[in-house]
Design a binder for this molecule. Sequence first.
Ligand code: SF4
Length: 365
Amino acid sequence: MISRVRGVMGRKLVDQLASVPDPYKPLAEIMLKQKYHFVGRHTVVKKCYWTHAAIVEGRFCYKCKFYGIESHRDIQMSPVAFWCWNACLHCWRIRPQDIGIDVDDTKMPYADDPKMIVDGIIEAHRRIISGYKGHPKADPKRVEEAMNPVHVTMSLTGEPTLYERLGELIQEIHRRGMTTFLVTRGVRPDVLANLEEEPSQLYISMEAWDKKSYNYFNRPLVPRAWELTMETLHLLPSFSSPTVLRITLVRGFNDTEEALDGFARLIRTASPTYVEVKAYMWVGASRERLSKTNMPSHEEVRRFSWRLAERIGYKVYGEVRASRVVLLSSIEKPIRHGKGCPEGPETPEPPTGEYEAIDNPELTY
Ligand code: SF4
């Protein structure tokens, strides 16, 4: 099957595949078909839906509305394509064992040079954007701007804190005049505490509110993962850059009164600058583990967010209906990292109807 896939690959894809060592090649091959671009041995870049929307439709993502990130000038990447310390139910990462490769996906065996990675991700982003030159619906000015990216979001797939030179990578990106958002599950407080340079904004992504729900939903592959996450939350107030607790809301799992109380406790511990509540989206491999009904509506996200804001005393700052996300802020106005979307987000509407906590979650744990 692999050689048949290779047969229909273009030259550039074959070159990218050649840089990935065995035994990871079959995984890389599948990811290349899913439109990931490989840079070196372990870094991936992928075009975000909002890059396309910004260039072709003049529509921008919630990071633009909340924090000024210009969607078309944002590189979506991960320095850790294949490795993670979790196997979350909602994840779209392909694991080696999914395709019968017998390797430990919690240990990253090699680390590329940060300078090479930054050169490579900029080149990959430009390659993606150059496809819009001559596109009949593309805004030429935006295409031109996009050729010069100004922001890097490290999320996409895998756990970025497993890359041992992460601090140097952040330093190198900042040295080139770009800002960074780092999204992590928070299992490496040791790495976060010792970064050579902080990201421009640090996200801790969570779905669980206690150890039991964590072990059920986030399926840790290493011992003490919940305890390590708690260490990270205790560490968060020491960061000078803004911090975000991102809650992915999953209908039937964490939209309960118990979860609301649990998240409020975690937020009191971590004192993040912001809390983002965002709907789980039924995409990729997560469709095999969750069902479409686990996707909450925007109204449900809004109801949960307002209830949480009441408990923690944060301001409901804004919402973006298209992304089913609500931003709660501990500061009057969020810090902007770019020049995008000066009009800001939609004004938050109070939820309609009564809050209905689900007493019998359909996901049991
Ligand atoms: S932490 Fe992220 S990459 Fe790892 S399994 Fe969970 S969702 Fe997937």
